[in-house]
Design a protein around this ligand. Sequence first.
Ligand code: SF4
Ligand code: SF4
Length: 333
Amino acid sequence: MWDKSKCDLCGDCLVRCQYVDYDRDKAVQQITDLIDGKPAEILRECVTCCACNEYCPTGANPFDLINRMQEENKSLPIPEKMVKFMEAGGTLPTELIRGDESKPALSLCVMERPLPDGALDGQMFEGMTVAKGGDYFCYLGFVHIGMASPLEENARRFVDQLAAIGSKEIVFVHDDCYSMLSKMKEYDIHVPFKAIHIIEYLRDYLKNHKEAIRPLKRKIAYQRPCASRYSPQMDPVLDDLFDLIGAERVDRKHDREEALCCMGMVARLDPERGKRFQDMNLSDAVDAGAEAIVFLCPLCQVSLSKQAEERGLKPIFMTELCRMALGEMAFPG
Ligand code: SF4
Ligand code: SF4
């Protein structure tokens, strides 16, 4: 939630924004205009990557202000059919497959279709209760069409449906869901179960099954999802995970805080701008010596796979990479 009292008008958020080229004076003026309720240029230029919430040194959450004002001013040229498509997420068929109650449940949100085949097969997920479909849709994706209000409007429903599964612990395959749950405090909603991030779950599983790991010895670029800006504490956990599976997370410019959005939405609205940043991102991965690019968000994978393959980068979903380390899948040749 935007906290005006924490903003000291330093301008860091928009000086660091990778999608505009603002000097400090312009950045400060933009934030000042937003605070004064004026529809500043950044509302149209922002690609909704959420990064400025992470860049802000005081925790003022400038993206939350930008996103709220994007909605109020209808700043992004989102076609009505795209809004309807997003809204339909909550009405998709729901399925709850009961499994071993001693294991945490696994929530897929509405990501079953974009997930690669076999991403959730194998020993790591065997026997888990699986929840998928519209009832478990987290609504965080609305920020990418410049809308903030659907998150709070649907937050109670999201938590209640998850609580009704009856599991004490739920693992979230999609980073967005975990991030959405981290926002519940600001909506004053109690979460009556333990939310487990997929990276944490994979790390802990592999830590407990070290003997089964065959080190991958591969150089991998990581595509950090925008939603990870809400859970930066998972980044060192991801480093642990890479170490455990014997893979090198290549040191590249556009990872960690300088990660770039997959531009899935922008590429539809402004193909030239979308392609420019996708090229920058993937060239950076190639220049860093990566032979594959690993995704945590299935939608990032859908957006970038083809271009990655054209550059000789093998697209791999994070759970697949772990399955490769367990000898359950072959590294793509
Ligand atoms: S929102 Fe944060 S980074 Fe941006 S101007 Fe205010 S204090 Fe600085
Ligand atoms: S959300 Fe991303 S694109 Fe938008 S202003 Fe913040 S850093 Fe820039």
